[in-house]
Design a protein around this ligand. Structure first.
Ligand code: ZN
Ligand code: ZN
Length: 242
């Protein structure tokens, strides 16, 4: 039996999920849009904890509905901010999504909706204390494994709490309520790469080890997360999409 750690989901105004994981210190996985700050602070207080106890902020990617109040929390609690190194320039405001577009990496759909894409570039920048690479283990909560899952953004990452079998997927895998799926094409830099990343994650959990999937959007998957993930891989392999 794995013991399930206290993972609390907070749904933000921008529909992105934020997670509070309680350990000795608090760990935030994603931080919503800027106006979610109050929501997150209130939820932390409702747990009988204080926002200054946030020691670690893990960002699955740079989009505003995930990185929006990371800076506010870092200032408040001096928490360390972690993100995959390929998203760090965007999180720190040194590069904007248009610049990948110019390099021809941005997916075709995002170029069809430039206004929406632009909206997603206005993220309050935050300094990243720990740029991550695939396979890194963050020494918190008995070890949080970093899985680089590029496609949605260049530095999209999943975080796996090995001890508890909990996988935070950000927008690499989202839950549409009926099934797991890939993020919307319009918001992804490279949809084919995103599909390959998901297959790689499913391969890792082929033999188990998965108790909960905590997606960037939609409800937590408590029932048959592994089966649902393998089904998603099956659909991608058959149709080349989810
Ligand atoms: Zn999102
Ligand atoms: Zn996103």
């Amino acid at each position: 039996m794995k013991s399930i750690p206290p993972v609390h989901k907070v749904k933000g105004y921008g529909t992105g999920n934020m997670y509070i994981v309680e350990g000795e210190e608090l760990v935030l996985v994603d931080t919503g849009v800027p106006r979610d700050y109050r929501l997150l602070v209130d939820r932390i207080k409702s747990l009988g904890r204080s926002p200054v106890e946030v020691g670690h902020i893990l960002l699955t990617h740079f989009h505003v509905d995930h990185a929006g109040c990371a800076d506010a929390f870092r200032r408040l609690s001096h928490a360390k901010v972690y993100a995959h190194k390929d998203d760090v320039p965007f999180i720190e405001g040194k590069e904007r999504i248009e610049s990948i577009h110019k390099k021809g990496v941005l997916g075709r759909a995002a170029s069809l909706v430039p206004n929406t894409a632009h909206k997603y570039t206005r993220v309050p920048s935050v300094e990243v204390d720990e740029p991550l690479e695939d396979g890194d283990v963050i020494p918190v909560l008995h070890g949080i494994k970093v899985m680089h899952t590029p496609g949605h953004t260049p530095g999209s990452a999943c975080f796996y709490l090995e001890e508890y079998g909990v996988l935070f997927t950000g927008d690499a895998i989202i839950n549409s309520y009926h099934f797991l799926t890939l993020p919307t094409v319009g918001f992804s830099n490279d949809f084919d790469e995103a599909a390959r990343s998901v297959c790689r994650v499913a391969d890792i959990f082929e033999d188990g080890g998965l108790w909960l999937i905590c997606p960037g959007h939609g409800p937590i998957v408590e029932q048959d997360p592994r089966e649902k993930l393998l089904r998603l891989r099956g659909r991608i392999m058959r149709k080349g999409r989810a």
